[in-house]
Design a protein around this ligand. Structure first.
Ligand SMILES: Cc1ncc(COP(=O)(O)O)c(C=O)c1O
Length: 364
């Protein structure tokens, strides 16, 4: 059976050299070879985030949520308050983590797919001087919306707040540019736009912030940012036994981006998204968003009379994997067509042809 074509927002199709790097010989994580690869990967992560020498990256063995939980369980001192800006399922996930660690939280709005109201956010920051951190998703994957990162970064600069960004589904697909966007801390994972495997998460943060974290303020043992930073800085290692096998493909996938060029990668994603969007509209799908759309996720409602789960099953039989919409969107027959990883223009045209014939079969 041929491999399924993953048009899902992670896991993604990986390049052959990424898959082959899983076969690296077994090494110890306390060895020189590991330390060299670790440092090399940190440098490449910094490039991915367009970070300068003020920033430092650590790698967390776990999925993207592990990186987010490392940040949100570590960066707050007692009584520090977070302003959470959320507008979809992954913003809700940040909410859940913040609540779990009992961090004082203020919110503006939490309506899915609603673009954040910058005036309201500024007013909230002014009225609540106890806010220390502003947290948000860069790319809200459940809708495909790119949030106003630059604008909120500027507000954080103006009012001296720490800007914490979940860029799990954005890194490698959008320009994160932590410097220009005034991002103090950003998270991501290999198994999305970078084109590696799930389970290899990382965090890029300002050294100043990392230096200011104490062991005591970290509320999780495994996901302690203090431990990850201290271990990386002093020994070029991780605090616990890492998933070494996944470090190699992450490193290779980052090299692939550097060789392809971040701009070239992003332009390819933009071209693919355009093909998918135009094709989907031509086939009678309605797009959830008309603006602020990411380069990699297209949320669409199926044409009248076609049931989402049946359509997804039929497409899977034809070798294509998409995602059902999250939350209430599933009931509204929304699905997500994504172009992260090893997907090129011709793959998008081929996919649309199969969608067209599948729709015809289902209407018969
Ligand atoms: C924006 C965002 N944040 C967090 C996550 C959670 O990542 P993971 O499933 O790797 O834990 C995802 C996953 O799709 C995501 O898109």
């Amino acid at each position: 059976m041929s491999a399924p074509k993953l048009f899902s927002p992670g896991p993604v199709l990986v390049k052959d050299n990424v898959r082959w790097s899983l076969l690296h010989s077994d090494i110890c994580h306390r060895s020189k070879e590991f330390e060299e690869m670790f440092v090399n990967t940190q440098e490449k992560i910094n490039k991915l985030f367009q970070a300068d020498e003020q920033y430092y990256s650590v790698i967390v063995s776990g999925s993207g949520t592990a990186a987010n939980e490392t940040v949100l369980s570590s960066i707050f001192k007692p009584n520090d308050t977070v302003l959470l800006i959320r507008n979809g399922m992954f913003g809700d996930r940040l909410f859940e983590i913040i609540q779990k660690y009992k961090i004082p939280m203020i919110e503006t709005d939490s309506t899915w797919a609603k673009y954040p109201d910058l005036d309201l956010i500024e007013k909230t920051i002014i009225e609540n001087p106890q806010i220390k951190v502003v947290a948000m998703c860069f790319h809200e994957t459940s809708t495909g919306m790119i949030n106003p990162v630059y604008e909120i970064g500027q507000l954080c600069k103006k009012y001296n707040k720490i800007f914490s960004i979940d860029s799990i589904s954005a890194a490698g697909g959008q320009f994160i540019d932590v410097v220009k966007n005034n991002i103090a801390i950003a998270t991501s994972v290999g198994g999305k736009c970078v084109g590696a495997f799930p389970g290899s998460a990382y965090i890029c943060a300002k050294k100043e912030l990392l230096e200011n974290i104490s062991a005591d303020q970290c509320k999780n043992v495994y996901l302690s940012l203090y431990k990850h930073y201290y271990s990386a800085k002093t020994t070029h290692q991780t605090p616990n036994t890492p998933n070494i096998t996944l470090f190699w493909p992450l490193n290779t996938a980052l090299t692939n981006i550097i060789e392809e060029g971040l701009s070239t990668r992003i332009e390819r994603y933009q071209r693919c998204a355009k093909i998918i969007r135009e094709g989907a509209k031509r086939l009678g799908f309605r797009l959830l968003l008309n603006e602020h759309m990411s380069n990699t996720v297209t949320s669409v409602f199926l044409p009248e009379g076609i049931e989402a789960n049946l359509f997804l099953d039929e497409m899977e039989k034809r070798g294509y994997v998409f995602y059902i919409g999250k939350g209430d969107y599933a009931k509204q027959n929304m699905i997500q067509l994504c172009n992260m990883g090893e997907i090129y223009e011709q793959d998008c045209y081929n996919m649309l042809n199969v969608v067209e014939s599948c729709l015809k079969d289902l209407r018969r």
